[in-house]
Design a protein around this ligand. Structure first.
Ligand code: AMP
Length: 196
């Protein structure tokens, strides 16, 4: 099963992806995680991406397209995967369509978590506070300024993807403001219809 989870930062994509990983045994391909690990490891990509990520901007399409393409080729993704945080621009979506066609595979569903934007800042603040309380490292971009930029980027560059996938007849939407377990159940309901 090959899925995309769409939705603004703080919509719950990461949480839902983690649950899907557990239930379906397919990996979560989070470009944010991949980039953060490149930053932590001080790779060339990481060095270039760090300041862009810290400010909440988007890393270049070429860079993320390449890391996703390579990641999809890894053996654990052969049975399927959940894309989280990619694609984020129409150019990335087009690149993904071409990339998958090239690899002879296709998507089974694109699921969008719809949320009320005003609530997102609160969620991000909560995530940062909980991570800090648990002794974890708070993300450099989980602060009010970067979050505003991330939301802007989402509105301008990522939100148009809903229309892109709607045109392709692949878009399904879920109320991301509902309780986490309800969101999980709704996603599972959608997957029943597309299970391969
Ligand atoms: P995320 O963990 O998905 O919130 O991503 C954190 C940051 O990584 C984003 O704010 C961007 O700077 C960068 N990033 C993650 N995915 C992408 C992508 N598909 N395209 C461009 N930048 C990305």
């Amino acid at each position: 099963m090959r899925l995309i989870l769409l939705g603004p930062p703080g919509a719950g994509k990461g949480t839902q992806a983690a649950r899907l990983v557990e239930k379906h045994g397919i990996p979560q391909l989070s470009t944010g995680d991949m980039l953060r690990s490149a930053v932590a490891n001080g790779t060339d990509i990481g060095r270039k991406a760090k300041s862009i990520m810290d400010s909440g901007g988007l890393v270049s399409d070429d860079v993320v397209n390449q890391i996703v393409s390579e990641r999809i080729d890894e053996p654990d993704a052969a049975k399927g995967f959940i894309l989280d945080g990619f694609p984020r621009t129409v150019a990335q979506a087009e690149a993904l369509t071409a990339m998958l066609a090239d690899k002879g595979i296709s998507l089974d569903a694109v699921i969008e978590l719809k949320v009320v934007e005003d609530e997102l800042v609160k969620r991000i603040e909560k995530r940062a506070a909980e991570t800090a309380a648990a002794g974890g490292k708070v993300r450099a971009d989980d602060n009010a300024d970067s979050f505003r930029t991330r939301l802007e980027e989402y509105r301008n560059k990522t939100a148009p993807l809903s229309a892109y996938y709607e045109r392709q007849g692949e878009l399904k939407t879920v109320d991301g403001m509902a309780d986490m377990d309800v969101v999980t159940a709704e996603i599972e309901k959608i997957l029943q219809g597309v299970r391969v």
